[in-house]
Design a protein around this ligand. Structure first.
Ligand code: ATP
Length: 245
């Protein structure tokens, strides 16, 4: 797949029965850029990621990748098209070792490489180089890992699927600040190197805006602000009203 495939998220609305969780949400994104999705508990951030990855069917709007319509497609089809979703709560398969978890990602990556006729960018060695903390733990079962190591593992596993787009739900949750900045440094590096598109959902707006290029603030399922990350971070009224810092 050529580097830098465009993700388009336009006018998405979604509901759980009578509850509107997303109302006409469009998202700025670009290859090689990190877009932060911010907002309080219940603002609709997780629903937005679930709608992009096909777990929630939108009522209106479009999801396209490289011009190809993916709106309403099955989650497996969306993953196969190149959108990797790393849900909140990490998703390490605890009975499997680090290496076995990574090999699961590689399996999908090989299938994608075959389908697209393109060579993959990632292998086990490249991921272990990116996250040296995992290298010494290759044979360790998932349930023996620290929170930070688990987060590194699920990001590494997602990279092995050879995605164009990485959707990350609250990767900082419960982690020490030092570990968060380690993970965000790696994220920045690989986004720059691979022209990946990253959508980063975070409650912790302050640190998210430090790593992100663009940002969207949601409240009650609606976009209340969209701008460069640095402009959002500089907006004191917005920070106080919606971002908690
Ligand atoms: P959090 O940080 O708590 O995950 P969020 O910004 O990700 O918050 P969502 O989880 O997307 O917000 O929730 C948006 C709205 O949809 C909330 O009002 C929530 O109560 C509702 N909601 C979320 N999931 C469901 C569900 N499975 N069934 C019914 N309502 C839901």
């Amino acid at each position: 797949t050529p580097l830098g495939t465009e993700l388009e998220i336009e006018h998405l609305s979604a509901a759980y029965g009578p509850i509107t969780a997303l109302d006409d949400v469009s998202l700025p994104s670009r290859p090689g850029r990190i877009t932060a999705v911010l907002g309080a508990n219940g603002a609709g951030k997780t629903t937005l990621l679930r709608t992009i990855s096909g777990l929630v069917r939108p009522r209106t709007g479009h999801v396209r990748l490289g011009g190809r319509a993916l709106t309403g497609a099955a989650p497996e089809a969306i993953a196969a098209a190149g959108i990797a979703h790393v849900p909140e709560g990490r998703g390490v398969i605890t009975q499997l070792t680090v290496e076995e978890n990574l090999r699961l990602g590689a399996l999908l990556g090989r299938r994608r490489a075959k389908a697209t006729g393109q060579r993959g960018h990632w292998d086990l060695g490249a991921v272990l180089e990116l996250f040296p903390a995992l290298a010494g733990r290759r044979r360790s079962p998932g349930d023996t890992l620290s929170g930070g190591e688990r987060q590194m593992l699920v990001i590494g596993r997602a990279l092995l699927t050879e995605p164009e787009v990485l959707l990350l739900d609250e990767p900082s949750l419960g982690l020490a600040p030092r570990v968060v900045s380690q993970i965000f440094d790696v994220l920045r590096e690989l986004v720059d190197r691979r022209a990946l598109t990253v959508v980063l959902v975070e409650q912790n707006a302050r640190i998210a805006l430090e790593v992100a290029d663009l940002g969207v603030v949601l409240a009650l399922g609606r976009v209340v602000a969209v701008d460069d990350a640095s402009s959002l971070a500089a907006d004191q009224a917005l920070r106080h009203a919606y971002l908690g810092f």
